[in-house]
Design a protein around this ligand. Structure first.
Ligand code: ASP
Length: 339
């Protein structure tokens, strides 16, 4: 019996993959990209899933992505959810890990593959990484074993909310420092099936995100915390603090703690992450971090900053109390932290 071909929806958001040379440098262009896709014979092969493409408007360099665009991409997926077996989101590399993190949270009870990909060199160039990334992402999006939002790039399939962009110019531009790749594409695509999320049982829905004020503060030797007092205590609803090592801050007791205490009393949620790409925050392991906890901060454990930001947007967009948000920040909702 013939195998039924899977149906994939490609959502083209912009990014280098579809850019062409213009007088002002590379920029995304819809018609030119569609012509280039038409010229890839593999996309017409019977071994490929059937596919259709939807273009976002406007097409963006991903540096310009905001919560509004994340919601728009989520809506396209939600509107077409029942008609397709999987989704490929073509996206710029600069903020792809933020978008893959955001979608992993907003697509509630998702059980279909949603694969973000892009390229470092546009498809219009003779030598490019766009073609391979696109074809492999489409194959992954047609695979029954994948039930989550992933990022595929340069031979590695990564959990979307574990990925980080770590190279501005290598063709293997993404890594997942605290979680192994879900699959590696060599001669074959080899899945690490034990690492994949199981399918969700509840019914699928989209949680649109609110544009709540979120901030990221990276500590550094000599940081003058008092300069951050006003934004931390009055303006921001959620703050990701990128601390040293396992969650340590300089001169903690003097300057930062009263600010954190005041921010917490104002309802702000403060998440402690590490500046180290690999490893986990362990609040309380050192004197310098114990104080953070007692002042009202919560541990992000080994979450990436990208996922912490997206998760804060997501939790603040649901009707949750501050305690409810803090409790969820410290546990894994979509495989984003190892606790
Ligand atoms: N600036 C581009 C973007 O993120 C870079 C890329 O796609 O590689 O849209």
């Amino acid at each position: 019996m013939d195998k039924v071909r899977k149906r994939i929806l490609i959502i083209y958001t912009g990014g280098t993959i579809g850019m062409v040379k213009t007088d002002r440098g590379y920029a995304p262009q819809r018609e030119a990209f569609h012509r280039l896709l038409d010229g890839i014979p593999e996309l017409k092969s019977a071994e490929m899933p059937e596919w259709e493409i939807v273009d976002m408007d406007p097409l963006l360099d991903s540096s310009n992505m905001t919560v509004t665009e994340w919601n728009a991409i989520g809506s396209v997926i939600a509107d077409h959810y029942d008609r397709y077996d999987g989704f490929v989101v073509l996206h710029g590399t600069d903020t792809m890990a933020y978008t893959s993190s955001a979608l992993s949270f907003t697509l509630r009870n998702n059980r279909k593959p949603v694969i973000l990909t892009g390229s470092q060199i546009p498809l219009c160039e003779l030598r490019n990484d766009a073609r391979d990334n696109l074809i492999t992402a489409m194959m992954v999006a047609a695979d029954d074993r994948v039930h989550e939002v992933c990022l595929y790039f340069g031979g590695k399939l990564l959990r979307g909310n574990r990925a980080v962009k770590y190279s501005a110019d290598d063709l293997i531009a993404f890594d997942s420092p605290n979680y192994p790749p879900l699959a590696e594409a060599g001669i074959e695509i080899r899945y690490n099936t034990s690492l994949l999320l199981p399918p969700c049982r509840g019914s699928f829905s989209l949680q649109p995100l609110k544009n709540v004020p979120i901030g990221v503060i990276k500590v550094f030797p000599g940081i003058q915390f008092e300069l951050f007092d006003a934004i931390m205590t009055e303006k921001l609803k959620g703050i990701v603090i990128e601390t040293f090592g396992a969650g340590n801050i300089p001169g903690s007791a003097d300057a930062l703690l009263p600010i954190i205490r005041k921010a917490s009393e104002n309802g702000t949620v403060i998440i402690v992450c590490s500046q180290c790409p690999h490893g986990t925050v362990a609040l309380g392991a050192y004197e310098t971090s114990t104080a953070l906890k007692s002042a009202g901060a919560v541990s992000g454990y080994d979450i990436t900053t990208e996922a912490a930001v997206a998760k804060l947007y997501y939790l603040f967009s649901r009707k949750l109390s501050r305690d409810g948000i803090m409790e969820r920040m410290e546990r894994s909702l979509r495989g984003e932290i190892s606790v």
